[in-house]
Design a protein around this ligand. Structure first.
Ligand code: GDP
Ligand code: IMO
Ligand code: MG
Length: 424
C-alpha cells in the first residue's frame, strides 16, 4: 500500500510522530515538500529527535528514506542533521538515503533575503530562506541538486544568481552583500559530501512501487499553510496538501492508495495570520503549557485554540482523506467543557465553507458546540474502548462533522502512546 500523510491544519499536528509509528509497515519513506521550516518530532525510547529535512522514518532500521524533488534543501542544515542522526546511531548511507537530483538548493542569500525587510515579520516566516528559494525555482533561476554537485555548473549559476540577490540586499534592504567566493568555497565542500546521495528519486520510488514495495509519503506543514488552499498570504511557499505529494515526488496520483490527514484534537498556529478559534485566555494558556506548544524549529510559542471543524471539513474536501489521525487528545484531559467550532457567523449569516478572503475570515466569529470533558489521564490507554465516554463522543463528533472516519488516536508523544482504531 502507498500512503500519503498530510498535515490537515496549520502544521505541527504530529506528522513526525505518526510517520515514525507507521514506518514499520513500509519499505520507503519520502519527504514531499517544504524545507527546514518544518520540525517533525519523534520520541523513541524516551529520546526526542527533531527532523527538519530527513524523513521521520530514519530511526526505523532497514528502510529507504528519500528527500523528494519538491523539497528545498539547505545543504548545511542537511549535513548537520545527518551528523546528529549518525551520532544517535542511525544508519545513513547511499543505499538507504536518497536526495532528488531535481530538488532545489537553499543558499545563504535566500536566508538573508528571508530575514530582510518587514515582509517576513508580517508573515512570521521561519526565516530559513524557504520563500526566496521557491521564488528562484518559479523564476526558473534556482539551482537544483544535480547542478549543485557539479562544481563548474554550480559556480556559473551561483555567479549569475548572486548579482541580483546582492542588488536587492544592498539597495532594497540596506543589508550586507554576500560574497560569491565565500559561498562557493564553503558550499562546494558540502556538495562534495552530498554528491553520492543524489539520484533520480522519482525513478527509484516508482520502481519500488513496480516491485510491490510500499511507500509512505511524508508531507510537511499543513493544508491551511498551502500556497493555493491556505490562508493566503499567511502561508508557506509550497503545496502541503495532497497534490504536493505527487508534484513533489514524481509519483502519479493514480499510484496513491490512501491519504490520511493529521489533525490535532484542538488547533495551533505558529506565525501570523487569521485563526478564528484562537483562545487568548487561560484555556489557551493551558493548552500551550500542557501541550508543550512551542515551535520545533523556531521555539516560538504556538497560538492555541479550540478545534475548528470548518477547517477540518475543508481539509477533508481538498484532500479526500481516507481517514483522519487525531493527535494530542491527552492534552484535553481535565478541561471541564470542550468546544468545537462547527460553522462561522458573519453579520448574522451562517458560513459553512472556509472563505477564500482572509478579510472575510477575520470578521467571522466561530459558532461553537459544547461538550462535557473528561478528567482521566488517558496517556496510557492503548484501546479505543478504554477511552472515557466523553472522549469517544468528542471523536465521534469530529467524524460526523468532517464525514471522515478516524483511524488512529494519539495520546502522547511516544511511539507506543498510539491507539489504532481501524483501517487507515
Ligand atoms: P509535526 O511538525 O506535525 O511533525 O509536529 P511537531 O513535531 O512540530 O509538533 C508536535 C508536538 O507534539 C511534538 O512535540 C510531539 O512530540 C508532540 N506530540 C505528538 N503527538 C502527541 C500526542 O498525541 N500527545 C502529546 N501530548 N504530544 C504529542
Ligand atoms: P511542520 O512541517 C507550522 C509557518 C511559519 C509562517 C509560515 C511561512 O513542522 O508542520 P515559511 O518559513 O514557511 O515561509 O513561513 O508558515 N510554517 C509552519 N508552521 N509548522 C510548520 O512545519 C511550518 N512551516 C512553516 O510559521 O507562519
Ligand atoms: Mg512541526
Amino acid at each position: 500500500m502507498n500512503l500519503a500523510v498530510v498535515g490537515a491544519q496549520w502544521g505541527d499536528e504530529g506528522k513526525g510522530k505518526i510517520i515514525d509509528y507507521l514506518t514499520e509497515k513500509f519499505d520507503v519513506v519520502v519527504r514531499t515538500q517544504g524545507g527546514n521550516n518544518a520540525g517533525h518530532t519523534i520520541v523513541v525510547d524516551n529520546e526526542e529527535t527533531i527532523l527538519h529535512i530527513i524523513p521521520s522514518g530514519i530511526l526505523n532500521n532497514n528502510k529507504i528514506c528519500v528527500v523528494g524533488n519538491g523539497v528545498v534543501i539547505d545543504p548545511k542544515v542537511l549535513l548537520e542533521e545527518m551528523d546528529a542522526l549518525k551520532k544517535k546511531g542511525a544508519k545513513i548511507t547511499k543505499n538507504n538515503f536518497k536526495i532528488s537530483d531535481r530538488a532545489h538548493v537553499i543558499l545563504p542569500y535566500h536566508v538573508a533575503l528571508d530575514g530582510a525587510g518587514d515582509k517576513s515579520e508580517k508573515i512570521g516566516t521561519t526565516k530559513r530562506g524557504i520563500g526566496p528559494a521557491y521564488m528562484d525555482k518559479y523564476e526558473r533561476e534556482g539551482i537544483r541538486m544535480h547542478e549543485f554537485v557539479d562544481k563548474d555548473v554550480f559556480r556559473k549559476k551561483l555567479d549569475e544568481s548572486i548579482v541580483k540577490k546582492n542588488f536587492l540586499l544592498k539597495n532594497f534592504y540596506n543589508d550586507n552583500e554576500i560574497s560569491a567566493d565565500e559561498v562557493f568555497d564553503e558550499y562546494s565542500k558540502y556538495a562534495e559530501i552530498l554528491k553520492e546521495f543524489v539520484a533520480d528519486t522519482s525513478f527509484i520510488i516508482n520502481k519500488s512501487i513496480d516491485e510491490k514495495k510500499s511507500v509512505l509519503f511524508e508531507g510537511a506543514q499543513g493544508v491551511m499553510l498551502d500556497i493555493d488552499h491556505g490562508t493566503y498570504p499567511f502561508v508557506t511557499s509550497s503545496n502541503p496538501s495532497l497534490g504536493g505529494v505527487c508534484t513533489g515526488t514524481g509519483v502519479s496520483p493514480l499510484r496513491l492508495n490512501k491519504a490520511v490527514g493529521i489533525l490535532k484534537a484542538y488547533t495551533t498556529r505558529v506565525g501570523s495570520g487569521p485563526f478564528p478559534t484562537e483562545l487568548e485566555d487561560e484555556i489557551g494558556e493551558k493548552l500551550m503549557k500542557i501541550g508543550n506548544e512551542y515551535g520545533a524549529t523556531t521555539g516560538r510559542p504556538r497560538r492555541c485554540g479550540w478545534h475548528d471543524a470548518v477547517v477540518s471539513r475543508y481539509s477533508a474536501r481538498i484532500n479526500s482523506f481516507t481517514s483522519f489521525v487525531i493527535t494530542k487528545l491527552d492534552v484535553l484531559s481535565g478541561i471541564k467543557e470542550l468546544k468545537i467550532c462547527t460553522a462561522y457567523e458573519k453579520n448574522g449569516k451562517r458560513i459553512e465553507e472556509f472563505p477564500s478572503d482572509i478579510n472575510v475570515l477575520e470578521s467571522c466569529t466561530p459558532v461553537y458546540e459544547t461538550f462535557d470533558g473528561w478528567e482521566e489521564d488517558i496517556s496510557g490507554i492503548t484501546k479505543f474502548d478504554d477511552l472515557p465516554e466523553n472522549a469517544k463522543k468528542y471523536l465521534k463528533k469530529l467524524e460526523e462533522l468532517t464525514s471522515t472516519k478516524i483511524s488512529i488516536v494519539s495520546v502522547g508523544p511516544k511511539r507506543e502512546q498510539t491507539i489504532f482504531v481501524g483501517e487507515l
